[in-house]
Design a binder for this molecule. Structure first.
Ligand code: HEM
Length: 175
């Protein structure tokens, strides 16, 4: 199955799993499943992409970039959808009560989405073009290191922000 088809299937499954008539406990469970998929994938990706970067094997780099796009389609996007849809359903009372933690969390989540859509996805597409154009066995183009370093910097921001959101969701501070 290609990445676009996985994205389409994953999105449909995430929407179907968020149907509100199954009750708030279900939506809470789906929101938490989204947090596990989303946070789990971005944290684990940082580790194995870091290993591939240190390894410097061109074929490991090619495998790594393809893996990043695949795991984004399987885990990150459906996870984001589960978080957003179920969080919005569960949040109705908190929105009405103007609870600051929920608005700050949504703001951080939106900034994460902007970083992901405006910086990380275009970078990943450039990296994919580079590794696909590379001859079997390399060498790795010099531009690869520059783009991959940038991907790590922005990826770090896109990982820290949801971690802060996670803390806010659990602590629900009053400020
Ligand atoms: C649009 C963004 C989001 C909205 C509107 C939202 C909304 C909510 C709401 C209303 C609850 C309370 C649910 C209840 O107890 O009935 C909740 C809980 C939770 N959310 Fe979110 N959320 C969002 C994003 C996130 C993100 C990005 C994460 C983590 C990466 C996250 C992790 C959690 C966790 C772990 C809980 C459970 C907290 C606990 O029960 O102690 N949420 N969320």
């Amino acid at each position: 199955m290609n990445t676009n088809r996985i994205l389409a299937v994953g999105s449909i499954v995430a929407v179907a799993l968020s149907v509100p008539f199954l009750g708030p406990t279900w939506n809470r469970m789906m929101h938490l499943l989204g947090a596990v998929m989303f946070l789990g994938n971005i944290l684990v990706t940082a580790v194995w992409a870091g290993l591939a970067r240190r390894n410097r094997d061109p074929e490991a780099a090619r495998f790594c970039v393809h893996g990043i796009l695949l795991t984004d389609a399987v885990f990150t996007l459906p996870g984001v959808m589960l978080l957003f849809i179920n969080g919005s359903i569960l949040g109705t009372a908190w929105f009405k009560a103007h609870a600051p933690w929920i608005f700050v969390s949504m703001g951080l989540f939106a900034v994460t989405g902007i970083v992901w859509g405006a910086v990380l996805v275009p970078l990943q597409k450039k990296l994919l073009r580079l590794v696909d154009a590379m001859p079997r066995g390399g060498p790795l183009p010099s531009e690869f290191d520059v783009l991959f370093a940038k991907w790590f910097r922005w990826g770090g921001i896109a990982t820290l922000l949801p971690l802060v959101t996670f803390v806010l969701m659990v602590i629900r501070p009053v400020f």
